[in-house]
Design a protein. Structure first.
Length: 553
């Protein structure tokens, strides 16, 4: 399996997938865009070199689409990753790098929910929302402004509460089928069966694979019976996710929309097993992605360009033939506004996880990975209580205590960290051999070190600020700022809105005969109000509390 994976990497490295001699298929001007998002999954799939299991749905997507081999999250955990996807910004640019800033996965939580989760927070740190620049908006809001029907089923977890202008529908019943006839859609479906927690939550469920099936085991994990049970559970969950994805694609086909839709399938970061999730190694940051285009354009191809999650926002806008905003970190890798230059580097970060602090920054080119460890006095392994519910994690700790781990398995438990690490990911895909001190790589080490410093400086890395001080800065004290109420100006039957809070979005509803629609519309231009109608409006800048709702008669 490792030989297959290395051959795939070499093939993708020497190919130039963005220069095609074949005739380009004509894509729709305003295609539907469907995101199918798995959780906690490394490229442990046949089309990425791991033949442990069969995945009929994803294998079909790969045969009819493009497999992207070098896609990376800027974080090895979900909330910062989703913040990057939603905003097109590095999480470290706007204080979204910690796991997590608050309990926003399902919207604004109740006081009881906060009290139940606050034990995972450092003492004295209040839950807070990360604060993007004033002129930044969510990917879905940009798409709604272009007339797209935008839905999310159902996970959010953006490090802030999404404004009412973010989605037409967000919840378990959100679906493209609820749009107006002929309206293009941007729909997101999240599949949680691969999540880390499902290793132990589904421990007693029947497997989707044979109980003794041979599977790939990374060299940093043990092969005891307890460990193998969890590794097989991980592969079983992938099989189950593949089946769930197939049901959504079947709905798309039943609706006659397959050839009008661009399908993205990807994971939110690397795998769920120990020394994967939360880390800046490729096992934590690298993820699989497949895109199927209408009429099977580029079917079966492999694309090796470096892609970061921050590139997703401008890419879907570019595919919709809309020029992306300039105030983001991402660049489009497809569509009308595809960037002329491909990425030379991707960047990643690790900071606080629950109540435990660390700080690591990562830079990677096509081959080499650089890590800068800022807290070298701390061990590599962080004792995160959530992860320690996993049997394989308990097994690793037991074996380490008994001194029964081999050289590679024991690396994670070193008591202190090297200031810098450098890995050749072609010859060492598991990143077990640090070559930072090898004089043969002094030029590459300096190149990536300089790039890391440049990136942190130009993005004003908020990890360099003590977290409580960051909160004081964005709150200007101890209280979260509140978005100003929208101001309405009515001239005859035209209503114009404004708001004094910079960057705030305004949502509105037209009320008729005391009925109230479920969907908030995004205010972009004056609205006509007819006899007997009135309007409800609200303003919200991301990171602030929303305004009060106002009524315009």
């Amino acid at each position: 399996i490792m030989i297959q994976y290395c051959l795939l990497l070499l093939l993708s490295f020497y190919s130039k997938p963005h220069k095609f001699e074949i005739e380009k298929s004509e894509l729709p001007k305003r295609p539907n865009i469907l995101w199918l998002v798995a959780e906690d999954l490394s490229p442990v799939l046949p089309m990425f070199g791991d033949s442990s299991i069969e995945t009929p749905t994803l294998s079909r997507l790969a045969a009819e689409g493009v497999s992207y081999t070098h896609v990376f999250s800027p974080s090895g955990v979900c909330a910062p990753s989703r913040a990057a996807i939603a905003m097109g910004l590095y999480p470290t640019r706007f204080g979204a790098q910690h796991m997590r800033t608050g309990f926003w996965a399902g919207g604004r939580p109740s006081a009881a929910a906060v009290n139940a989760q606050i034990k995972f927070f450092p003492p004295g740190l209040p839950p807070y929302e990360a604060l993007p620049p004033a002129d930044a908006h969510m990917h879905s809001e940009y798409m709604r402004m272009q007339g797209y029907f935008c839905t999310n089923r159902a996970k959010q977890d953006y490090q802030f509460v999404a404004p009412v202008t973010a989605w037409d529908q967000c919840g378990q019943n959100a679906h493209w089928r609820n749009r107006k006839p002929g309206q293009p859609f941007f729909s997101v479906f999240n599949f949680e069966v691969c999540h880390e927690s499902q290793i132990w939550a589904k421990a007693n469920d029947s497997l989707w694979i044979d109980a003794d099936q041979k599977v790939n085991v990374p060299p940093y994990l043990p092969t005891t019976d307890i460990a193998m049970k969890d590794i097989r559970r991980m592969y079983s969950n992938v099989k189950e996710m593949d089946d769930q994805v197939g049901k959504i694609i079947k709905q798309l086909e039943d609706d006659g929309l397959l050839e009008n839709t661009i399908i993205f399938w990807y994971s939110d970061h690397g795998g769920p097993l120990p020394r994967q999730k939360r880390l800046c190694y490729d096992s934590g940051l690298q993820l699989p992605m497949i895109i199927r285009f209408p009429n099977k354009w580029r079917a079966g191809q492999i694309d090796s360009q470096l892609i970061s999650f921050i590139d997703f926002l401008p890419t879907i806008m570019s595919l919709a033939n809309v020029k992306p905003p300039k105030n983001i970190d991402g660049r489009s890798f497809l569509g009308k506004y595809e960037a002329k230059e491909k990425r030379k580097y991707i960047h990643g970060a690790a900071d606080r996880f629950d109540e435990k602090y660390d700080m690591i920054r990562a830079v990677r080119d096509q081959r080499y990975k650089y890590l800068k460890n800022f807290q070298t006095e701390k061990p590599y392994y962080l004792a995160v209580s959530y992860r320690e519910q996993m049997p394989i994690m308990k097994e690793l700790l037991r074996l380490n205590e008994a001194h029964k781990l081999n050289e590679y398995q024991a690396q994670w438990f070193r008591k202190t960290k090297e200031p810098e690490e450098l890995f050749d990911t072609y010859n060492d895909p598991s990143e077990l051999h640090n070559i930072a001190k090898d004089p043969k790589y002094v030029i590459k080490l300096k190149e990536l070190r300089d790039e890391c410093n440049r990136w942190m400086l130009t993005t004003q890395d908020k990890g360099l600020i003590e977290e409580k001080e960051y909160v004081r800065q964005i709150w200007n004290g101890d209280l979260q700022p509140i978005t100003a109420d929208p101001l309405a100006n009515k001239k005859k039957n035209k209503v114009t809105f404004s708001v004094t809070t910079a960057g705030a979005s305004i949502g509105y509803k037209i009320l008729a005969l005391e009925s109230e629609p479920a969907i908030w519309q995004v205010y972009t231009h004056p609205v006509t109000l007819h006899s007997g109608e009135k309007m409800k409006a609200i303003a919200h800048r991301i990171g602030y509390l929303p305004s009060k709702e106002i009524i315009v008669n």
